[in-house]
Structures are given as structure tokens and as C-alpha cells.
Design a protein around this ligand. Structure first.
Ligand code: SF4
Ligand code: SF4
Length: 360
């Protein structure tokens, strides 16, 4: 039986002890002297109030709990786009992670090295480039954020480990697996490479709408802890009144027999913390209504500042910036929405395709 501990919490008073106690306490997952990777969601340099990244109050509380258990925590992730020391520094600074690392005297990972490893039992991939920071840890505690995702509906525990794939390599897999279900299968393969010892989900402030970057923050008020990523994501779906198999990684988990036989909720149940009317991404309406939503396409709006991030990440080289605004070549576009994910100015809208291309 899988266990998911759920508690109502607030930033500034995050209590990890009471959250993990019902599932064995932190000492069950961390031993004295362990080097513990806190695998955060560090999608990109964003203010914590935008709900794009794991909130520093949660990371700080988990780090303190690890230190109390005798471990040596460090913070690590590979953000979207180029995996560089400068990119990491900007992301750590903006998201409040530098401040808490300084405060607690813990390390921020700046090692951008990677190693190619075998993916044992992988359904889609046999070999994978994996960041050295993850391979070198004795323990991994993953700290996913409760967010919507324009391509995979939700980004939760089953997707958090995609950040062990270095930088732009992540976008490349969109071109290799342009279909949602195959991509989700690949995500489950990645999860199996360095499976976290524990997941602690930051759902105190979640994201609705067109996440993981362009959505809006929403008060969801919970923290969750589990050793089982699938069970945790099912719990989130129940809490949000979403059909779990509407999330591609969960659909594939069911198909691959990774579904838990049963889930025990030792504290609160998902129904105790239910959030009604949670707004999914614009293309995921069918999950709630059963009606197919039209295919969407990325559309560059006048907010574009020609920063070049979308051009850099596009796995199909479908974006150019001839003058002062990005332009998409729709014949090449596979609608992976990597461009939407990295745009720092919310300058990419998602619109239905008309007969002659995107409707502006
Ligand atoms: S669409 Fe966004 S990411 Fe692309 S160039 Fe414009 S501002 Fe930058
Ligand atoms: S234009 Fe955007 S959605 Fe289309 S392939 Fe490039 S990154 Fe993906």
C-alpha cells in the first residue's frame, strides 16, 4: 500500500516534521552524513510569488529537517534552456534560493556536468544523459510544485525528475517523442533512473491555466509527502477533482502497472482539502467536460521583446527573429510548447488552428 501524507500549511510557518512523521519521519529517509539533493523545480528565474518554482520557504524547511536528521542538503536542478553557471545563478537569485542557501549555509549546485547512463527497463529510452549532481547524491528528495502544464496537463511528482536531464537536451526529446503519450512514457523512464527517496509537493500556492510558466498563482493550501510519485499525483488529481488518467504520465503509469493497489492517507484525505473549479490548461478541457478541445498553436503577441529564448529552445528550429519580434514557421511546429514554457514575458498565446494557420 502506498501512503500520501497531506497537511494544510502556509508559507512562513512550514512544518515538515508533522508532515513526514506519519510516513516514518525524516530519519527514515536520511542517515547521518548523507549528501542529500533537494531536487527543486527551478524552471527559470521567476519571483516566488508567481508560483513557477518551488517556494523558498518549503525548500528551507525541508533543508532544516534534513540537517536535523544528520544529512547534508544541497539544492539542484537543470532549468529550461541552456544549462550554464550564469543561468543557474540568475535562477537561484530570482527564486529566493540563494538567500536561503546563504542563510542555512548549504550548497547550491553549479556543476553542469553530465554522464550518459543506461535506463534499465526503459520503455522508450535505453541511454540517457543525466546531470552529475543527481548521480552524485546519496539521497534525493524531490520537491515538485503543484502546477498545470500546457503539454502534459499537470506537472507534479511524476514529471519532476525531468530536470536531471541537462538543459536543452530536454527540448530535444520533444522532437524525438512529439506525441503526448510517448513523451509521458519517456518521463516515467527518466523517473526510474534516479528515483527519489521522498517527494514533498509544494501545493501551498499552485498554478492554474497555461502553466508551467504562463499560468496564474492560486491558493491551494497544501503540502504532501510520499515515497510514491504516482500515488502522490493521483492524490493531487482527487484533490482538484480531475480524472487522474487525464494526465498523460498517470495514464501511462496505469498501463505500465505502476498504479498503486491502494493509497493510505494517514492524516488528511484529498477530499478534506478539495479545490473546486481548478482551471486546467486551455487544451485540456476534455478532461473535465468530455468534449474534445481544438488543437492549439503558439502565437507570438505584441508583448514579445525579441529576447531569443524561444528561438534557442525550439527543438524543430521553427522560430526566427528577423526583426523586433519572433516569428513561427508553422509547417515545422510540432506544438510541444517549449517556447511558451520559456517565454519570460508571457508573449506567446495558445490559439486554435484555423484552415489557414493560427488565428490572430
Ligand atoms: S516570444 Fe517570448 S521568448 Fe520568444 S523572443 Fe519573444 S519574448 Fe522572447
Ligand atoms: S514553435 Fe514552439 S511549439 Fe512549435 S516546435 Fe517550436 S517550441 Fe515547439
Amino acid at each position: 500500500m502506498s501512503q500520501v501524507a497531506i497537511s494544510k500549511q502556509e508559507y512562513r510557518a512550514v512544518d515538515i516534521g508533522s508532515l513526514v512523521e506519519p510516513i516514518g519521519g525524516m530519519a527514515r529517509y536520511v542517515s547521518k552524513g548523507d549528501r542529500v539533493c533537494l531536487k527543486v523545480n527551478l524552471l527559470q528565474a521567476s519571483d516566488p510569488s508567481t508560483a513557477v518554482t518551488t517556494h523558498p520557504d518549503v525548500i528551507s524547511a525541508v533543508a532544516k529537517s534534513v540537517i536535523d536528521a544528520g544529512g547534508e542538503p544541497f539544492i539542484g536542478d537543470s532549468p529550461a534552456g541552456r544549462f550554464s553557471k550564469k543561468g543557474l545563478k540568475d535562477a537561484y537569485d530570482f527564486t529566493g534560493m540563494t538567500a536561503i542557501a546563504d542563510d542555512l549555509g548549504i550548497e547550491l549546485n553549479y556543476d553542469t556536468g553530465w554522464t550518459k547512463v543506461d535506463v534499465k527497463g526503459g520503455k522508450r529510452i535505453r541511454r540517457l544523459k543525466v546531470c552529475d549532481f543527481a548521480l552524485g547524491a546519496d539521497r534525493i528528495i524531490a520537491l515538485p510544485k503543484l502546477k498545470t502544464h500546457v503539454y502534459q496537463v499537470m506537472t507534479l511528482a511524476t514529471k519532476i525528475m525531468y530536470g536531471i536531464v541537462p538543459g536543452a537536451e530536454k527540448a530535444r526529446y520533444h522532437a524525438v517523442y512529439p506525441r503526448k503519450q510517448a513523451f509521458a512514457d519517456m518521463l516515467l523512464d527518466v523517473l526510474s533512473v534516479t528515483p527519489p527517496d521522498l517527494f514533498i509537493l509544494d501545493g501551498i500556492m499552485g498554478m492554474v491555466g497555461n502553466g508551467p510558466m504562463g499560468g496564474d498563482p492560486v491558493d491551494t493550501g497544501v503540502l504532501m509527502a510520499s515515497t510514491d510519485a504516482v500515488a502522490m499525483d493521483i492524490a493531487v488529481c482527487r484533490m482538484l477533482n480531475i480524472e487522474p488518467v487525464g494526465v498523460p504520465t498517470l495514464k501511462r503509469a496505469k498501463f505500465r502497472d505502476l498504479w498503486p493497489d491502494s493509497i493510505d492517507y494517514p492524516v488528511l484525505t484529498p477530499e478534506d482539502v478539495m479545490v473546486m473549479g481548478f482551471k486546467l490548461p486551455s487544451g485540456a478541457g476534455h478532461i473535465a467536460t468530455g468534449k474534445r478541445t481544438p488543437k492549439r498553436s503558439p502565437v507570438i503577441t505584441e508583448r514579445c521583446t525579441a529576447c531569443g529564448r524561444c528561438e534557442e529552445i525550439c527543438p524543430k528550429d521553427a522560430i526566427t527573429i528577423p526583426e523586433d519580434r519572433a516569428v513561427i514557421e508553422y509547417e515545422k511546429c510540432i506544438r510541444c510548447f517549449c517556447c511558451h514554457e520559456v517565454c519570460p514575458d508571457k508573449a506567446i498565446a495558445l490559439k486554435a488552428l484555423g484552415k489557414r494557420g493560427a488565428r490572430f
